[in-house]
Design a protein around this ligand. Structure first.
Ligand code: GDP
Ligand code: MG
Length: 597
């Protein structure tokens, strides 16, 4: 145990975590030249394409320092706010953290939120000033910012470039000298923290764990404390670039476990593994079930594909336990699923994976958050509303609550005004304003989650010319004056386009929604009236004008195969379109309500 170091890398997105991880693997000889490729740890195709780390990964390196061999377990963490729970569990598996700060960008919102998580877990922090090779780097100024933030000595900040290799040896030495070795009792009952899991189609779910006390042996009967289920540890081992099976993993070390579990939902990140026969008295604290933040309906474009969609969703869930879904039906769209996601990025990833990996063409309906409704008859009984259509009739409604978050935004002093206006427009209330340095301000707001999960981040980037970073955490449900705005197409209400909107904004948003839908819904052979309504009251109206000519008209009396070909061609172009009654609605229309500004 004395020669083990467990650490993670924390940083704001794009500050260089993955690049530094690659560089460390390279320097310690953990990869052969043949295995080398950029961002080694981001092994999902989507991760590579989008250049973001979605899942956390762990890897073991060996490093010899002053004649002594050390084992360094590196746990890479995702940087996007949608996946912040995984960051917190990875952090709990470590004794130290490399805190990377981009020498051109300085401290950003996730630098601070991840740092707080690391400090809460008593981690030793090694500050690293990355990208010193950049011409736009501001090493002195950013070092001062880091010193202010951590209260450390300037000498403790390691200047580095993950790209060119500057400072990498210094980082390795600091890992050994500054991060404490793990403590734990090898003879105590098994207590291991699950910090990640990955679905492997051939071997089932691979569970990544850190042993806190005791040891985990091949063949041992083990139990997952949150689910209470027992399994046989079919295979345990350490994680190099590939898995290396071992007989036993001891307290202090990190490893993987294979039990033949096929369903990702049985393995919960944050859960404690113990011995079935000789269990530990205490689970490792801090376990939480991951809660979805955003809900939306997913419907097949072709109604006949419903069963196939169900199969695909079930398979996807085996692989991604944070996806939740249940069947629902919509008067407009027929049978589909109401799905819960960690955030909008997660929603996009699920939609994309359904299309790429399962060849499904789906429509995603207007996303919403989860509301609590109370009726006059039972004002103490909460009704969970994950779909605006489930909101009780307004005449029986006592009150509605919506989820609120604490938003933390770091920006330059010049942009405080525009950022404040944006947050107030989004129904935010300022709770704090702190100057981190002369030019950098941290603003805190209490805001409704619904206002920030959609286009907030893009708007923030625009008003701050890119000089603002943002992070948030939930602070519970609060009462709000919300009304359901419905949309009628051709006089038929389309339930999948309904949204819950604050009453002060309802008229304005209803109007903008109609305008946006008019632009997005393709013209057809007849006029299509678009109306927004609150209850039976119409609040806005637009019309999609009829096409002047029938596209098939010129085929009249002519060649029937030519006419069929033309129709076929139109159908191809109809990907991600759903017919509701006799109106064709494209996918973008369902997202229109999110992009009204
Ligand atoms: P992550 O989001 O924190 O994992 O960041 P990445 O490792 O994906 O890096 C983001 C971008 O910064 C990539 O284009 C990297 O090539 C670049 N980058 C990372 N480290 C350095 C560095 O030390 N110098 C320079 N110039 N670019 C770097
Ligand atoms: Mg990365």
């Amino acid at each position: 145990m004395k020669h083990i170091r467990n650490f993670c890398i924390i940083a704001h997105i794009d500050h260089g975590k993955s690049t530094l991880a690659d560089r460390l693997l390279d320097t310690t000889g953990s990869v052969t030249a043949r295995e080398k490729q950029d961002q080694l740890l981001d092994n999902m195709d989507l991760e590579r394409e989008r250049g973001i780390t979605i899942k956390s990964h762990a890897i073991q390196m060996e490093y010899t320092h002053q004649g002594q061999e050390y084992i360094l377990n590196l746990i890479d963490t995702p940087g996007h706010v949608d996946f912040s729970y995984e960051v917190s569990r990875s952090i709990a598996a470590c004794e130290g953290a490399l805190l990377i700060v981009d020498a051109a960008q300085s401290i950003q919102a996730q630098t601070i939120s991840n740092l707080y998580l690391a400090l809460e877990n008593d981690l030793e922090i090694i500050p690293i000033l990355n990208k010193v090779d950049l011409p736009s780097a501001n090493p002195e100024e950013v070092t001062d910012d880091i010193v202010d933030l951590l209260g450390c000595d300037p000498e403790e900040v390691i200047p580095a470039s993950a790209k060119t290799g500057i400072g990498i040896e210094d980082i390795l030495e600091a890992i050994i000298d500054r991060i404490p070795s793990p403590k734990g009792d090898i003879n105590a009952p098994l207590q291991a923290l699950i910090f990640d899991s990955v679905y492997n189609p051939f071997r089932g779910v691979e569970t990544y764990f850190r042993v806190i006390n005791g040891s985990i042996r091949k063949g041992q009967q083990i139990q997952f404390m949150a689910t209470g289920k027992s399994y046989s540890a079919d295979e345990v081992g350490t994680l190099k670039l590939n898995q290396v099976p071992k007989q036993e993993i001891l307290a202090g070390d990190v490893g993987y476990l294979i039990t033949g579990i096929k369903d990702a939902r049985e393995v919960k990140v944050g859960d404690t593994i113990t011995d079935t026969k000789n269990p530990t008295q205490e689970a490792i604290s801090g376990f939480e079930d991951v809660k979805p933040m955003v809900f939306a309906g997913i419907y097949p474009v072709d109604t006949e594909d419903y069963e196939e969609l169900r199969n695909s969703m079930e398979k996807l869930q085996l692989n991604d336990a944070s996806l939740v879904f249940q069947p629902e039906s919509s008067a407009a769209l027929g049978f589909g699923f109401r799905c819960g996601f960690l955030g909008m990025l997660h929603l996009e990833i699920i939609q994309e994976r359904l299309e790429r990996e399962f060849d499904m063409t789906v429509i995603t309906t207007v996303p919403n958050v989860s509301y609590h409704a109370y009726t006059n008859r039972e004002p103490d009984t909460v009704i969970l509303v994950n779909n605006p259509s489930d909101l009780p009739d307004p005449s029986t409604l006592n009150r509605v609550e919506e989820p609120f978050i604490k938003a933390s935004i770091i920006t330059k002093a010049d942009f405080v005004g525009p950022v404040m206006s944006l947050c107030i427009e989004k129904r935010g209330q300022i709770t704090n304003q702190t100057y981190l340095t002369q030019d950098r301000v941290e603003l805190s707001f209490d805001m409704p989650l619904a206002e920030i999960v959609f286009d907030f981040y893009d708007r923030l980037k625009t008003v701050s010319k890119g000089y603002a970073s943002f992070d948030y955490s939930p602070i519970g449900m609060r009462e709000s004056k919300l009304v359901k705005v419905d949309v009628l197409l051709n006089a038929n209400s389309v339930d999948a386009l309904s949204a819950l909107i604050h009453q002060d904004n309802a008229y304005d948003i209803g109007k903008k929604m109609c305008e946006k839908l008019r632009q997005l819904i393709p013209r057809q052979q007849f006029d299509i009236p678009i109306q927004a309504a609150i209850g039976s009251k119409i609040i806005a109206r637009e019309t999609v004008k009829a096409l002047r000519k029938d596209v098939t008209a010129k085929c009249y009396g002519g060649d029937i195969t030519r006419k069929r070909k033309l129709l076929e061609k139109q159908k191809k172009g109809k990907k991600r379109m759903r017919a509701v009654g006799n109106v064709e609605i494209p996918q973008e229309a369902f997202m229109a309500v999110l992009k009204l500004n």
